[in-house]
Ligand binder design. Sequence first.
Ligand code: NI
Length: 642
Amino acid sequence: MTATVTTTESSTSHPLAALTPDEIRAATAIVRSDPRFTDTWRFAYVGLEEPLKASVRDFSPGDPVDRLVRMQIVVGPEVHVLEMVVSVTTGDVRSFVEVEGMRPGLLFEESLIAILALKEHPGWQAAMRRRGIEDLDSIQIDPWPAGSFDVAHEEGRRICRCLCYLREKPDDNGYARPIEGVIGFVDMARGEVLEIVDTGVVPLPPENGSYYPEDQGPLRSDLKPLEIVQPDGPSYEVDGNLVRWQRWSLRVTMDPVEGLVIHDVGYEDEGRVRSIIYRAAVSEMVVPYGDPGPMHGWKNAFDAGEWGLGRMVNSLTLGCDCLGVIHYFDAVFTTEQGKPYTIPNAICLHEEDYGILWKHSDPRSGRTEVRRSRRLVVSSIATVGNYEYGFFWYFYLDGSIQFEVKMTGILSTMAVAPGDKPRFANMIAPQLAAPFHQHLFNMRLDMEVDGPDNAVYEMDALPIPPGPDNPWSNAFESVATLLRTEQEAKRVIDPARSRCWKVVNNTSINRLGEPVAYKLVPGSTPTLLAAEDSSVGRRAGFTTRNLWVTPFAADERRAGGDYPNQHAGGDGLPLWTQRDRPIVDEDIVLWHTFGATHIPRPEDWPVMPVEYTGFSLVPVGFFPRNPALDVPPSPEAPCHSP
Ligand code: NI
């Protein structure tokens, strides 16, 4: 980076401004003053309860704002959650609901309790000694969400399954030395070790898996400096959490579970801001593993609903991730004890050169016109255990939008006995393998293409049969199929047909007589490989389709339901869409499941080069012509070598 500015906290002048530390203090004080409050209550989730969309649309600067805070509270070790909404404007409790049998994401405090309880447990200590490990302080314990497998320990408890790794030095890569065969079941809330499973000793892999520069031998010395210079500053403007850049406007916030949230994406066109997206965020994600064995077959991390993509966000002061003039936004969260805390530089905003935007050389006149592409980047990076997920929104000069997840970090590993070759995992280093797995994300896209009421067409490029209309058998047409109800809108990708989904506004007609539209262009993306009626298939039903469309409902927030942790399954999109509600010319929400199936390579070890997945939103007749004709030619100088 060359220069930075930081937004530490937003003002509350706008209904969608981020919660401030004072608002968090006020909200948790209202909870503490409730006569039902006890010292055992823990705040599992504290976030902005978003106002009604109509009131956001009608908002004018200076209007009074009723600021509401939504909370999930754990009252004790029981499986029981309180959902409270309080107003920090008026100081009162707006709703108080007791939810039986549900568990929020894993609490940090309870994760630590689980680790400490396991280290004290004689059965676990004996399992380590059976493997010749005497220095128990050198063991890294990772609490994992336990899933839902009809194990007796699960009932009535908030539990985790603990996996262990050996670190000879404190900064070792523990995933190089998985302590195979041992799983500790711990009641996290009670600090009670329920069972130590030991399926047998597998020797520790021999190599240490360091990715630190000092362990790599000579580093390459022929990379010359490549600097981004913005002598006149950036082209974006920031006001609170409102970002403006090249006709784009949007609001940027962070939710503890969803991580990066984008609101109010609009594009200024002939003097008015045209809406495109009301709200977009990753609503859930899951990492199902494909190994059937007792050690890895239950691993299905819901990294949003079980850990929190916001709670796990990196402070970008630690390691520089972007080049150019950066604007950082801090994120404000709440401790489980109810105090605000700030992650400095949690969201990065900057511009990137992106090669060619458009070009033509006219061979007759010899005239060449070329324009450079540039994009605005809004990004954050979460570390969830061994993995890193970078979430990147890109906004382009031609009206298109892209979302990309950068997957990096360290593979989840297994130790393999010398000479063995696993069937459901690939060897990545001597005696070390990484099981096959998927990373499946669900993006909730509350679309608002030129207004709230939209409809969705599935677009396929299809050949037509030979005949009088097709004498040379070359013809293909673009076939639009209206998705009329929720059940009709459960769809999968079809790259051979160039399938995409077009979101139209039938009340906004362009100069060619067609409704304006943005199309959702999926990438090459899988659906869930586990069976639909498997444990993870029931809990992550949203991963069985690439597209779902629902009418907007304020309480339908997470594709897998609000409480995926240890959930028996069936919640979220599969449940809601059973009603088969109409979705034509309604205020609709698109839910796009995308991701990658990861067949690990030796090159993914000891740290993975970034793998990409994502999708695009591209205007279709939203603009009358290429909206980037007015981008000026670049100065000639930078293109020529000296
Ligand atoms: Ni992976």
